[in-house]
Design a protein. Structure first.
Length: 318
């Protein structure tokens, strides 16, 4: 076991802690590429969306395959593990997959979701594994940033690393809620009365996603760029976001809501609420544990002060 002197990451046998994520990303890109190619071949007139999904998945397949092979080689692993090249690669892939998911999961493109069948998923592999690739790319970016900023080093403030992955997942979910609501509003509310209950709830979904994205970005930035964990701010935002997403689930996924059909908005409305609930529970657990530890220390100090009996040494007696 070795420790990178620059990042402080633990490296086992020349492989970074992200090796498993890279292998998973490679597998997801492979499945997505195969599904995208099959969809493209089934089309009589191939459209731009199908070509984009094939290009992105093939590009990711090649890049992740190269990265995995570099991890397996002691000669080339030093050029990828914890380097700027790895960071740039993770950011580029995350951007590619964000664009890919927005195309693949959009019902209007007809690649994985059919709008004519009430937004039914018609290609499960393309739909679910494109999302799996996107989530993995976000986890890779978060893991790289944590390593570069030395968040997990012993002696650092542990609260900086606490809940960072949860906040990153919540950020991704809120982006999807905002984007899906915006797509539904453009598609369904352009020719309808925007004051209808359906369109009002769709606009609420856009606002909810935008507010949640902003708050999540603020917390992630504070955790990454400052040495002081904003515990009080984090707790208040977790409570506010949990309540807001609770209302969001009720309004968006009910019978008159835009997220009632099974699709992106339905899944990620619930995932957003679940992440916000887990954030609130984690903050509360840290608060109670901190209070218990403080009380225990005070009791020990009080008992030590009251129960100490001065003992006279032999030299003092003489």
């Amino acid at each position: 076991m070795n420790i990178d002197q620059e990042t402080g990451e633990v490296i086992n046998n020349g492989r970074s802690p992200r090796f498993t994520l890279w292998v998973a990303f490679f597998a997801f890109a492979t499945i997505t590429m195969g599904s995208a190619v099959s969809v493209k071949n089934a089309q009589e007139n191939t459209n731009t969306n199908a070509r984009w999904s094939v290009f992105c998945s093939a590009f990711s397949f090649a890049i992740t395959g190269i990265v995995v092979l570099m991890h397996l080689s002691p000669l080339f692993s030093v050029y990828i593990i914890g380097t700027k090249l790895e960071g740039i690669t993770t950011i580029i892939l995350a951007a590619f997959w964000a664009a890919t998911v927005s195309v693949v999961a959009n019902a209007s493109t007809g690649l994985a979701v059919d709008a004519a069948k009430d937004n039914t998923i018609v290609n499960g592999n393309l739909y679910y594994f494109s999302w799996a690739g996107f989530v993995t790319s976000i986890l890779l970016v978060i893991s790289y940033l944590r390593g570069v900023f030395g968040v997990d080093l012993a002696g650092e403030v542990k609260n900086r690393a606490a809940r960072l992955t949860l906040w990153g997942g919540f950020l991704a979910c809120q982006l999807v809620v905002m984007g899906s609501s915006a797509n539904i509003f453009d598609k369904d509310c352009s020719n309808l009365d925007t004051t209808s209950a359906y369109c009002k709830r769709t606009k609420f979904g856009i606002a909810l996603g935008a507010v949640g994205t902003f708050f999540a970005l603020v917390v992630v930035a504070m955790k990454m760029l400052t040495s002081v964990a904003p515990f009080v701010v984090e707790g208040l935002l977790s409570l506010i976001l949990c309540i807001m997403n609770g209302f969001g689930v009720a309004y968006l996924t009910s019978a008159q809501g835009p997220g009632s059909p099974i699709g992106n908005l339905y899944y990620f409305s619930w995932l957003s609420w679940f992440c916000s609930f887990m954030l609130l529970a984690s903050v509360y657990e840290d608060y109670t544990n901190g209070g218990a530890v403080g009380a225990t220390n005070e009791n020990k100090e009080g008992q030590g002060g009251a129960g100490d009996v001065p003992v006279e040494t032999i030299e003092d007696g003489l």
